[in-house]
Design a protein around this ligand. Structure first.
Ligand SMILES: *Cc1c(COP(=O)(O)O)cnc(C)c1O
Length: 376
């Protein structure tokens, strides 16, 4: 490997050649992508002039910053938009634009741990890999709960585990659209279990990385928001919304953050975010996407994705392949195909299954070709 620093500066044409090659590799790599939940259908060219400035959203977006080159005002608008999508009055909500779903999950679990330091943390084995890492970083006591075949948490196992730990607060990581199967845990049922076991100190964090941008736009969503009883939620920005860089949003209730803020008063009450310096372009991109599409635009995008998912299930089933999906899910699950097939399509396998995610750039033509590959 040759490092650019090994010698004198590269010539302009050498740099260009290198960049051209990389760009063409990336272009090729994104063409056949059908297995990951990233929307590639976006245009942020209006934001290019912002690349000329070193902007930074360091600190709490709701406090004045000493670093004036920021997009905090835009970020607050983004948080207000998500407050409305997640059914919490914006004056009661607090949040910020994160580096992605993992940081949002980390933040929710961090708040829960600050509120209930001796809590037991519960999450299903279907949960995204970031959560196990997060509870380890937090040094939180945790129990992994079994999942059902469809990817939902096993409520009986959850109840049994909560029963034996009734003496400590419960923190539940609920999935609102699992990575592999698109499953949504039943938040009302989880709350029933907590009530039946008389666990009054509890906290529910929702991991809504993908479905947090689907359920607000369908007619009959599974309960997912603050009205359903969640305490915080993490949503990815680069997945359904689409962005050229990873980002996300975390949302919670303002009083929780004020308590954490007090706890860390020594370093300044406004240091409420996990990261210090924060990406100021990401809020601008999310804002731009909402400004461009509006609520109706996202409704149409989501409806189109769900149609494609339904089409895919139908095509698979017609060929005798047992594909399925959850209600309101764009994740189509089917038996793991031959090696060459999932290498060609950049799909994510897990044990005996594989899935595709019908993002806007996934066409019926691609699905026909994939189904033929799987059947062949
Ligand atoms: C993608 C995903 C995450 C992690 O998001 P990153 O943005 O990659 O950090 C967390 N949970 C679920 C369910 C996901 O699908």
């Amino acid at each position: 490997m040759v490092s650019a620093f090994a010698s004198a500066a590269l010539s302009q044409s050498e740099i260009q050649k290198r960049l051209d090659r990389l760009l063409s590799d990336i272009h090729a790599a994104t063409q056949q992508q059908i297995g990951y939940p990233v929307n590639q259908d976006f245009d942020y060219s209006a934001l290019l002039p912002f690349l000329d400035y070193s902007i930074n959203n360091v600190g709490d977006p709701f406090y004045p910053s000493n670093f004036w080159g920021n997009t905090h005002e835009i970020e607050r608008e983004v948080i207000a938009t998500f407050a409305s999508l997640m059914h919490i009055p914006s004056e009661e909500a607090w949040g910020y634009v994160t580096s992605g779903g993992t940081e949002g999950n980390m933040y929710g679990l961090y708040l829960a741990r600050e509120l209930f330091p001796n809590a037991m943390f519960y999450f299903s084995e279907e949960t995204h890999y970031s959560v196990l890492k997060n509870v380890r970083v937090l040094n939180a006591r945790h129990i992994m709960i079994r999942r059902q075949d469809n990817g939902e948490i096993d409520y009986d196992d959850l109840e049994a585990m909560i029963r034996v730990n009734r003496d400590v607060p419960a923190v539940i990581m609920a999935n609102v659209g699992t990575t592999m199967r698109g499953a949504v845990d039943d938040i009302a049922r989880i709350r029933d279990i907590l009530r039946d076991q008389a666990v009054t100190s509890h906290y529910i964090h929702a991991d809504a990385a993908l479905s947090g941008m689907i359920l607000p736009f369908v007619d009959d969503p599974q309960p997912y928001g603050f009205d359903a009883g969640i305490d915080s939620v993490s949503i990815s920005g680069h997945k359904l919304i689409g962005a050229p860089l990873p980002c996300g949003v975390v949302l919670t209730k303002r009083p929780y953050v004020e308590r954490v803020g007090r706890a860390i008063e020594y370093v300044g009450v406004e240091d409420t975010t996990l990261s210090g310096s924060r990406n100021a372009l990401a809020p601008l991109m999310i804002w731009h996407a909402f400004a461009q599409h509006g609520y109706e635009g996202f409704r149409n995008i989501v409806a189109g994705m769900l149609d494609t998912a339904e089409y895919a299930v139908g095509q698979f089933n017609e060929r005798g392949i047992a594909a399925w999906r959850h209600k309101n899910s764009v994740t189509v699950v089917f038996p793991r195909p031959r090696r060459e097939v999932f290498r060609k399509w950049q799909m994510a396998p897990e044990g005996e299954i594989a899935h595709i995610i019908t993002m806007p750039h996934v066409t019926r033509g691609m699905i026909d070709e994939l189904v033929a590959d799987c059947a062949g």
